[in-house]
Structures are given as structure tokens and as C-alpha cells.
Write a protein that binds this ligand. Sequence first.
Ligand SMILES: Cc1cc2nc3c(=O)[nH]c(=O)nc-3n(C[C@H](O)[C@H](O)[C@H](O)COP(=O)(O)O)c2cc1C
Length: 352
Amino acid sequence: MNSNRKFLRFFDSEDYETEVPQSDEQKKIDPPLFQQPYPEDVKLIDLIPPEEFTIVKTPFLDLVNRRKSRRKYTEESILLEELSFLLWSTQGVKKVLKSGLGVYRTVPSSGAKSPFETFLVVNRVEGLEPGLYRYISFTHQLMFIKQIDDAEKKMGELAYNQNFVGRAPVIFYWTVVPYRTEWRYTVLSHKFIAVDLGIVCQSLYMACEAINLGTVAIGYYEQNKLDKLFELDTEEEFVVLLAPVGKFAKEKKLSEFFKYPKKEINLDNLVKLTGKYKRKNEVEFIVKEDNLVIKVGEFEEILEPYNEMEFIGEFSSRALRFEFTEEGKPEKVVVLTAEDEVIELEYLEQTI
Ligand SMILES: Cc1cc2nc3c(=O)[nH]c(=O)nc-3n(C[C@H](O)[C@H](O)[C@H](O)COP(=O)(O)O)c2cc1C
């Protein structure tokens, strides 16, 4: 693991010469293309140009304060203007350098190399046929690539079964073409690419928030299967991050979920809540240093008591309620998930 850390570091000037090889730029090799080629005769779809946007009104500080990862989307479609605005905000091209050395975009990038391409899986965007698209950023257009059968289910599965991903009206997928950056920065490139990618993703978060849409960065995805679906030459280009986008459903208030009033608890009673439960995976509740802790695989999360039976989660769940049979036997745990869905975990066994 520590060896993987290394790429995040830079070099002191006295080490630079020995650590950083001569670049293809220094060797006078022609620069790469800053947009992947596409067939000349393909019909491109015009997007709404930035000077015609009418949708953005929110003050910046409100965006900063409101931003959060949003994982529950309504059935509503999004508008072509909204999608145009999101693509413009994340990868819009302001100037292609005449020297052929890079591109100025709405987002910064090391050496103006901006090594990403944007693919979209469109489920519900007004005026667009559902399917896989690529953003042709140089001309602010879209290229339709193909239909995807059963996209909602498939795109959830390809995000490690994070099913809310597939249910979004549109999903952004960023691929990287590392050579665009490596051409100049050789071994320094990979840190720069990671930073560039974060900026693109944060721009999507802020742009979504500005027009009352929601998104969440998704780092867990099936690498090879997605690369294959997008027909990428993985020596040159591969998927690096994705983000579903949609109108976010209003979150359930915790007070609507809880059945019992807020109350101080007796810590001795925590023990009766411990045990193993199951839905798809096994989940265990244990007591650790006077806290009730939920354990899923190697992940542990402390739960904050709301009352003797109900708890507030930190990360994977928003809230939980333990339910017992009339005879007082543990029966199930009802969970309000991070995706704002209510699910039930069935009781398996006591473990203490
Ligand atoms: C690179 C990256 C990868 C992430 N991957 C996932 C993911 O696979 N699934 C998910 O639900 N959230 C994912 N997140 C969202 C984080 O869980 C979230 O940003 C974090 O919990 C903080 O919450 P907030 O964004 O609401 O402030 C990811 C975030 C980043 C920046």
C-alpha cells in the first residue's frame, strides 16, 4: 500500500533530474490529440451554447453550503439545457491552443492537457434517445454511440450493485487518455491526472447544485466490463470515475422515520441489541467502549442513540430501528439507508 502512496509525492529540485525521465515533448515527438477522434461522417447533436443558458441563479455561497452527495433521484427527466450546462461546466472548451499543445477549458488542468473524455449513459433526457453518448467538447456537441439494453439494471450492476446509479436520468463516465499528460510530464503525470479528475468531479457537484440537481462521485465500478461496454482501447484510454445525475428527491426527515421519542439511554441495555442480522450480506451489531457499532465485513460505524431502540447512522445508514417480537425476541432491524430507502435486516443469531 505504501508503494501506491508514492505517486502522490513530488520531487525536490536536486532529485528532479535523476527521477524524471526526458519527456516525449523534449524528444520533439508530436503532441497527442486533445480530443479522441470520431468518424467524419457521424451526425452530431448540437447542445445549448453557454451564452443561451437561462437556468442558473443560485449564489455561490449557497452552493458551497448545500453541496452534498445525493443518491436518490426522482423519475423526472432532465432538460437538454441542464445537460448542456453540466457538460459545459465540467469540460467545456474555451480555446484550443493553436500550437496544438493543449486546450483551455472551464476547468483547470496541469499543462492544459485535460486528459479526459466524457461519456454519458442517457436514461431520461428530454429530446435524446436513451443510450451511450460521447461529449464532443471541442464543438460542444454530443455523439450518439449505441443503445444499451436494460441500461438501468446493467449500469447499477457495473457500479458494484449500487443500484441508484442505474436509476439516474443520466450518468457521467470520465475516461482518461494518460498520454496527453505523460507526453510532457512523464512520471509526474499520474498525480496531476488524479488532481485534474477531482476538479472535474467537483465542478459537476457544484454545477448540479446550482440547478437543483444532485450527483455523487462513484469510485467503485467494474473496470474491465465498463471499458468493454464503451469499446475502449484500454492501452490508451479507460474509465476512471463516474457520477449519476438527477433531480434529487427530498430526503425523508429523520423524525418521519423514528417511531419513538428522543430519550437518554441506559448503556447496559445496548447489549440486548447485539447480534447478527442479514439481508444480502451479514451485518453484525456489537458494543465497543459504550457504543453500539454496526459491522459490515471489515467496516465499522458507531451508531448514535436516539432512544433505546432507534439510532442515527454515520455513513452507510441514516437511521436504524431495532424491532422485537411480542415475546421480546429480536426480530429485525429496519434501516433508512444512505440512499434514503427503508430496508429490513432479518435477525440471525445472538453473538455475545
Ligand atoms: C473519489 C470518490 C469516490 C467515491 N465513491 C463513492 C461510491 O462508490 N459510492 C458512494 O455512495 N459514494 C461515493 N463517494 C461519495 C463519498 O462517500 C462522499 O463524498 C462522502 O461520504 C462525503 O459526503 P458528502 O459528499 O455528502 O459531503 C465517493 C467520493 C469520491 C470523492
